[in-house]
Design a protein around this ligand. Structure first.
Ligand code: GDP
Length: 392
């Protein structure tokens, strides 16, 4: 599937930058165009792969290239005021070759948190292709303002996109490591998961065509209907077939049904599907109740079979209770077999409910502090008996 990716804010820009690197490394061809938008000049300069002409600095009149300082209302205002500048950059990309937009942003900050929903709304008004969001939740240790920003951005972003794919920084923090220090690793996990998913169906030169292909329409159908999505992923190292008769060991019978090795292949696939769905999701949630799902099995062709995918799909149907579970394979010449599962339309997400609770507490506290601040300042500045006179 070919995407036009727009990274909004620092996190958004860095993640899209990393997607370009992933595309380059794996030759997956998912990033048809990449744009970074920010109110902070330094963040745009810090990117490695996004072409200079696709780095758009907005809000110069208001914030002079210094960013919006985690004020997402200002982020949204500036995005609205300067949307034409973003549109100019989009005009220069071949949107007719693109299957969908992906707007990427950290929801806890200012520029991306406020700007990404504004951009999504704008894109939906202008284009007929789907507009997806990839929103990153802040770590719980980032504090009240980030949580409040994220809760408000989440609410708005979901409403403005065709589907919001969510990644939760909190559940990906390594023990003993700050989220900050671990962003490189976290971003790699993000691009791998979404890369495999969106890469399915993009057959590059010299790549084998899948037995049961996942094409972009299946990804689009899984995401259609809106709401919130999460992705599960699991992989296992395997030996690459380097020729010399190894292949037959793994393919089993020609019809891919019986035979010990075919059974091994099938079992490996079903076990990977379970691990992917029950392990760490990009947004932790209950998978029971997910409205739609898509299973993508990737790896060397000799390790993929239709039976494994069918079993995996069946199991997913039982676990989610969904009648819309799609699946297919994505042959790749890499020494691993992986299962990526997109669960779309998830609604049982305790993490979001907790985020909203903490956000409301933070909002109440901030209002209290603001209400008292004028009184407190007066008490400090005025002398008790009112004996001093200001100069003028
Ligand atoms: P903005 O530039 O004002 O949009 O704000 P940032 O993107 O710097 O930060 C917003 C939030 O994104 C932070 O609170 C973090 O939770 C998260 N974040 C920042 N940088 C990264 C990154 O490189 N990767 C990931 N996964 N999250 C990030």
């Amino acid at each position: 599937m070919k995407l036009a990716m727009i990274g909004f804010g620092q996190a958004g820009g860095k993640i899209v930058d990393r997607f370009l690197d992933y595309d380059d490394r794996t030759n997956s061809g998912i990033v048809r165009a990449a744009i970074a938008v920010n109110t902070a000049k330094a963040d745009l300069i810090g990117l490695d792969n996004i072409p200079q002409e696709n780095r758009v600095l907005i809000g110069q009149a208001r914030v002079k290239g210094h960013g919006v300082g985690a004020d997402n209302e200002l982020g949204a205002e500036v995005a609205e005021e300067d949307i034409d500048e973003v549109q100019n950059a989009i005009d220069a990309i071949p949107t007719h070759e693109v299957d969908a937009f992906l707007v990427v942003a950290g929801m806890g900050g200012g520029s991306g948190s406020g700007g990404a929903p504004v951009l999504a709304k704008h894109l939906k008004r202008i284009y007929t292709i789907p507009v997806y969001g990839l929103g990153v939740l802040p770590g719980t240790d980032e504090g009240g303002i980030y949580t409040l920003n994220a809760a408000r951005s989440f609410q708005t972003f979901v409403r403005e996109v065709d589907n919001l794919l969510v990644f939760d920084n909190d559940s990906w923090r390594q023990t003993g490591e700050s989220v900050e220090g671990g962003y490189d690793q976290i971003n790699e996990e993000i691009v791998r998961r979404f890369g495999v998913l969106f890469g399915a169906g993009e057959v590059g030169d010299g790549q084998e065509v899948a037995e049961s292909v996942v094409d972009s329409s299946e990804i689009i159908n899984t995401l259609s209907g809106g709401g919130v999505s999460t992705v599960g992923y699991a992989s296992e190292e395997v030996e690459l077939n380097t020729g010399g008769g190894l292949l037959s060991r793994f393919t089993g019978n020609a019809d891919g049904t019986d035979g010990l090795d075919a059974a091994n292949t099938t079992n490996r696939i079903t076990s990977l599907v379970r691990k992917a769905a029950l392990g760490r999701l990009t947004l932790p949630c209950e998978i029971d109740g997910a409205e739609r799902a898509l299973l993508v099995l990737s790896g060397p062709t000799e390790y993929l079979n239709r039976k494994g995918i069918e079993r995996g799909r069946k199991w997913l149907e039982e676990e989610t209770g969904s009648m819309e579970v799609r699946g297919g394979d994505f042959p790749r010449n890499e020494p691993e077999v992986s299962a990526a599962i997109l669960l779309s339309g998830v609604t049982n997400v305790p993490r979001i409910k907790r985020l909203q609770q903490v956000a409301i507490e933070a909002q109440d506290n901030m209002e209290d502090i603001q209400a008292e601040s004028q009184d407190n300042l007066e008490t400090l500045v005025e002398d008790d008996e009112d004996e001093l006179e200001p100069l003028f």
